[in-house]
Design a protein around this ligand. Structure first.
Ligand SMILES: *Cc1c(COP(=O)(O)O)cnc(C)c1O
Length: 367
């Protein structure tokens, strides 16, 4: 039967719309937005200056191949710029990967508490998201491998993952890759790689360089603090790069983003400051919140997942309302199948201290 109005392709209306972190607390004078893993230190002043300079020439189209940015990334990470594609955030790239490598009836695997963009991109491409169970809020490679079927075309792995903050060692990533069929594309989403301070972690550059079925996505939204400009990049094998370049928008990255990105990559001192701030306060928050009797999933990223009891007055939902009244905006994560937890981005010293003080109050403990 012919429909009497336009119908989206199958799968589109199965997508649960992505709900971004809240950004306001009505009636509160001072608000700390800790709901979207943004950087408390902000971007490099050099990136802001570069962004402003482009404002003098808004009539010009950007360089559609973002050459200067790919060159800067190539120099910074020791990569061939020809194998880099830039995108309007890594969301753009994840969607392009889904569109290029998935079709009706295909399957794409992600972990239980994996980043929500994966099922959205998968359904948008007409394919089926397949969920692989986790162990202790951590990706389980055996479970991912078990989920592989003849229909599997893509495996999405956020390492570290959002919203759990956990990671798997590079040996495990390699074991996952080694046991995947060669036609399955392994997408390593390393949005938080710059924060990780573990000897057994790697973002995946080496694996991309030596394989034909691995890509790595990175973002300027987190440690580089350019989330508002929407800028990300991927490094992949030449045939994958070629496919993505064919379907991406010819000017998918705007000129202010390219200019700011180049300056941000070069300002390594600023990145170092941001990393140091995070390392210090991530440990402090984990310890102090733990001391209050709440369980915090060990995180290597720039946020913590805090688990709340189900007792009345202290559930995640009630804690969220309580904290919002004090100007602390956290992220509810029930959409990630974590109804009893809240995610908190590492904030400024002031925000972090207020958070621990407020949690103590909520739990009726002396601060
Ligand atoms: C924040 C985040 C990104 C980055 O998204 P952008 O579109 O680049 O802002 C990618 N993956 C994960 C897991 C994230 O948490």
């Amino acid at each position: 039967m012919t429909a009497n109005r336009p119908q989206p392709r199958p799968g589109v209306l199965d997508i649960a719309p992505y709900i971004p972190g809240k950004s306001s607390a009505p009636g509160v004078a001072k608000v700390f937005k800790l709901s979207s893993n943004e950087s408390p230190l902000g971007p490099s002043p050099k990136a802001i200056a570069a962004y402003r300079a482009v404002g003098e020439h808004l009539e010009d189209y950007p360089d559609g191949s973002a050459s200067e940015l790919r060159e800067a990334l190539g120099t910074a990470f020791g990569l061939d710029p020809a194998r880099i594609v830039c995108g309007a955030g890594s969301d753009d790239l994840l969607n392009l990967i889904a569109r290029a490598y998935l079709t009706d009836g295909d399957e794409a695997i992600h972990a239980t508490h994996g980043f929500l963009v994966y099922p959205i991109a998968t359904l948008g491409a007409g394919a089926k998201p397949v969920v692989a169970p986790e162990t202790n809020y951590t990706v389980n490679v055996d479970a991912m491998l078990k989920a592989v079927t003849p229909k599997t075309k893509v495996v999405f792995l956020a390492n570290p993952n959002n919203p759990t903050g956990t990671y798997i060692p590079f040996d495990e990533v390699k074991r996952l890759h080694k046991n995947l069929p060669p036609h399955v594309l392994l997408v390593l989403d390393a949005a938080y790689a710059e924060y990780v301070q573990r000897n057994d972690y790697e973002s995946g550059i080496e694996l991309v360089a030596t394989s034909e079925n691995v890509v790595m996505c990175r973002t300027f939204s987190k440690i580089y603090a350019l989330a508002s400009l929407r800028l990300g990049w991927m490094y992949g094998p030449a045939p994958v790069v070629d496919a993505i370049n064919r379907i991406r928008g010819p000017f998918n990255v705007n000129a202010p983003a390219i200019a700011a990105g180049v300056a941000a990559i070069r300002d390594t001192a600023h990145v170092e400051r941001s990393r140091e701030h995070n390392t210090r306060w991530l440990a402090w928050l984990t310890e102090e919140i733990g001391k209050l009797g709440l369980s915090v999933t060990p995180s290597v990223a720039n946020f913590v997942l805090i688990h709340f009891p189900e007792s009345k007055g202290r559930t995640a939902k009630e804690a969220d309302a309580f904290l919002t009244k004090r100007g602390l905006i956290l992220r509810q994560v029930s959409g990630y199948k974590l109804p009893n937890a809240l995610r908190m981005s590492v904030g400024t010293e002031e925000a972090n201290r207020l958070m621990v003080k407020s949690l103590a109050e909520l739990l009726g403990k002396p601060a």
